[in-house]
Design a protein around this ligand. Structure first.
Ligand SMILES: [Zn+2]
Length: 264
């Protein structure tokens, strides 16, 4: 790995290199980093745009869908000319235009139990921009299994929430939510609606957390707390989240120990 930035890189990234908490070292770290973005939609669009602009070395994008007209109000990676095109292809084109130095890897598939481990391998951080509970729990469980830090987020109507998880060190998504709610209780963007700018705010927070994690910010990460955003009242709140020793994903209580205590 080269420990130098080119003259062009110094100019391109000058405004973040001059931030005292970042600097040239952080820029080199970003160049050596690999981030996977799950979902090239409302959250993945702003997150991937800012990560590519910031000079992340490798950006992975996974999404099985094609661009639809109703996506364009919030999924800003895609434009009218992209209708019908695979979202990952459309996203790759925009991100490469923005920053040709970023290596973009695309996966035009649905994230599932069978392919998650293979796709996650080699990434340093994951942005969960998925739009359904089963994918959110899958991202959580596989990321924890392989020790990959990630940013969780969810959005609906005029509200958003986000939390950063460092496996086995900080509370995970399952510590807080336990399991997916029954389908009849779930409001998706399709059914409930979402303001595009709300997705933009939360996706930008996710990119910020990724950059902070990758450049070694030990303190200040959004860990052990869920940040909630209410755009209607324009209020942000922190909700403390505690690690659950009995958590099915990151808990310290092993299966054997549980079995023994129930038979004792
Ligand atoms: Zn947990």
């Amino acid at each position: 790995m080269s420990l130098r930035l080119s003259t062009e890189q110094i100019e391109r990234y000058s405004r973040q290199i001059m931030v005292p908490d970042l600097g040239g070292k952080a820029q080199i770290r970003l160049r050596e980093s690999r981030v996977l973005v799950v979902g090239a939609g409302g959250l993945g669009s702003p997150a991937a745009f800012y990560l590519a602009a910031a000079g992340i070395g490798t950006l992975g994008l996974i999404d099985p869908d094609r661009v639809e007209l109703s996506n364009l109000q919030r999924q800003i990676l895609h434009s009218t000319a992209d209708l019908g095109r695979a979202k990952v292809e459309s996203a790759k084109a925009k991100l490469s235009q923005l920053n040709p130095e970023v290596e973009i890897r695309i996966y035009p598939v649905r994230l599932e139990d069978e392919n998650a481990a293979e796709i996650f391998a080699g990434y340093d951080f994951i942005i969960d921009g998925s739009d359904n509970f089963s994918t959110k729990f899958l991202v959580n469980d596989i990321a924890i299994k392989f020790g990959i830090a990630f940013s969780h987020a969810g959005i609906v109507r005029l509200q958003g929430q986000t939390m950063t998880v460092i496996p086995k060190k900080t509370a995970c998504y399952r510590c807080f939510f336990k399991e997916a709610p029954p389908p009849e209780e779930i409001l998706s963007c399709q059914q409930a609606g979402i303001l595009g700018a709300v997705a933009g705010t939360i996706g930008s927070l996710q990119a910020t957390e990724a950059i902070k994690y990758l450049t070694g910010f030990e303190e200040g990460l959004l860990t052990d707390r869920l940040l909630t955003y209410d755009a209607k009242l324009m209020k942000f709140h922190d909700v403390e989240v505690k690690r659950d020793p009995a958590c099915a994903a990151c808990g310290t209580t092993t299966l054997e120990a549980k079995t023994m205590s129930t038979t004792a």
